[in-house]
Design a protein around this ligand. Sequence first.
Ligand code: ADP
Ligand code: MG
Length: 269
Amino acid sequence: RSRLPAPEHARVFVVANQKGGVGKTTTSVNIAAALALGGLSVLVIDLDPQGNASTALGVEHPPGSPGTYDVLIGGEPLEKHVQDSPEAPDLKVLPATIDLAGAEIELVSVVARENRLLRALRTYLRDYPTDYVFLDCPPSLGLLTVNALVAANEILIPIQCEYYALEGVSQLLRTIEVVKQELNDELELTTVLLTMFDARTRLAAQVAEEVRTHFAAQTLPAVIPRSVRISEAPSYGQTVLTYHPDSAGAVSYLEAATEIARRGAKEKS
Ligand code: ADP
Ligand code: MG
């Protein structure tokens, strides 16, 4: 198996798009697993109370069990609650449970409410150097997503190749600008990934072209096809990379991850 190049410093990606069902979680877990399978150390932080990323990475998260909530609200150290994913040797997950749904409200009255995740992650990364961190956001622009935007240095936006794909992205871009000005001037939109591409429709091709025009430098060459294998994998607690490694979906996520690693490589080859 080929080894992927490591970045100089931890690359912390927030996977954001306030639309639900566009492939945020699917992208977070499959890119994370692909990088980890390529020999890099990777951490996924599940910030969605649905806990879909935790499920997809084969990590237990029954109601009441500890996870993201305890780190954000309880101020507990991240390393206390990270779990190993069976998907790859150096892939860790901070799981989310439904308790996290309350955090959106509870955070409002907490000190330094926008910086909770940043602080926890900084401390963790000092003790546990990690190549890649992926923050899987809920489908809203509330305080959980703001915490992720503050803790990250790069943004990955998955865009579904469907009608109204770019609707909502402009709202996200405005939020990103506000966060950059007020809270985190290092934040950069570096990566756009086209997902759920259906080669049979003209619409998908049109949307893809529009996105490539808009985000010429950021859009990855690889496009994720609409694939039953990809949508089935989570029900086995797996990513598509282990569920069906030879499927078109798995290959496209591997290509996307390889390009992300190449762009962020310490020594460009
Ligand atoms: P989000 O996290 O943005 O809400 P998800 O990643 O959960 O989106 O994806 C929404 C639904 O679409 C899920 O059921 C997922 O399994 C499915 N899905 C995601 N990507 C694909 C794809 N490329 N092909 C087919 N189904 C997909
Ligand atoms: Mg999700």
